[in-house]
Design a protein around this ligand. Sequence first.
Ligand code: MRU
Length: 345
Amino acid sequence: MDITSVEEAYSAIRNMNIRGAPALASLATLSVAQRLHNSSYNNSQELKKEVKQVCDYLYQSRPTAVNLGIALDQLRQAAEIDSDSVDNIKKAVIYQAILVWSEDVERNKQMSDNGAQWLINNLESSGKIEKGGKISILTVCNTGSLATSGYGTAFGMITRLHELGRLERAYYAQTTPYHQGTRLTAFEFTQLGIPSCLVCDTAVGSLISSGIVQAVTVGADRIALNGDTANKIGTMQSAMFAKTFNIPFTVVAPRASVDSNLNDGRSIPIELRAASEAVTVRGIELDSGKQTSVRIAPKEVGATGLHTVYNPGFDITPSQLISAVVLETGVAESKNGSIDVKSLL
Ligand code: MRU
């Protein structure tokens, strides 16, 4: 799908043609860069007004991932450079927009290595694996190249374990109703040849209680300063199972996923998704390759006030359930049920 305007970027984000917190920040800012590159302005005021307007507009596309808001704020700030030259302001905003996208891969590799080393040490020192032993790990949603500029966050940590020869198998939840796991994470693991296993969302408790995985790792859409983390729906239950069965649960994300205005996760806005996503299954006909959508709930469900659908896109995992928050700047471990994310900023 080609994106040729700010409006198309807005729709692509809102309709989830692109998704994943870092990727949607990159698309939004690049669409602003493209708009500026292709437009002319009579004076700096006109240009600054345009930057503000398009950033305000794009900000409304999806509410939960803070990366989008932070990246758009960076563009607004870039437009405030000490110059009245239209050319200089354009250059400053475009430079910042490209930076949001381009700096992502390197920081993903750094956080992935931080997370992999932390997990290996944690499991070896607690005797949960032997020295040099391999790890099976569960993830939720999709946090790989399809959600970022490349390599991924939690997915990147799993890739790093694989590169280090320490991954037994990656398990990934289907992540219904949008199936980021079944469709996207499955695609990435198969493309990379990483040993993997699809897990039905309803089987996550069974998987963890059976001792098949030694850890869980997820990405984030917004992390509060105490470690409370908003991420794809289904994340919190995997954290609860991890806590109950005493295996480490890590959140791997860029600094840009930390909301330094929030002391805890209570006020993180949670996107409520359409009923249609939950009452249908979408797929591709194997013979024709045609995309189809089939309703599997009775027609009244989600269509009337009597029979409704609860379909939040995200949940908030309390920091007490999280073993460590891993950023490109380091790892903040849980101490007495709380995580000092500030120490990494
Ligand atoms: O609704 P989505 O698919 O955009 O949700 C994505 C997630 O929750 C990811 O785990 C998160 O954005 C991190 S992506 C590196």
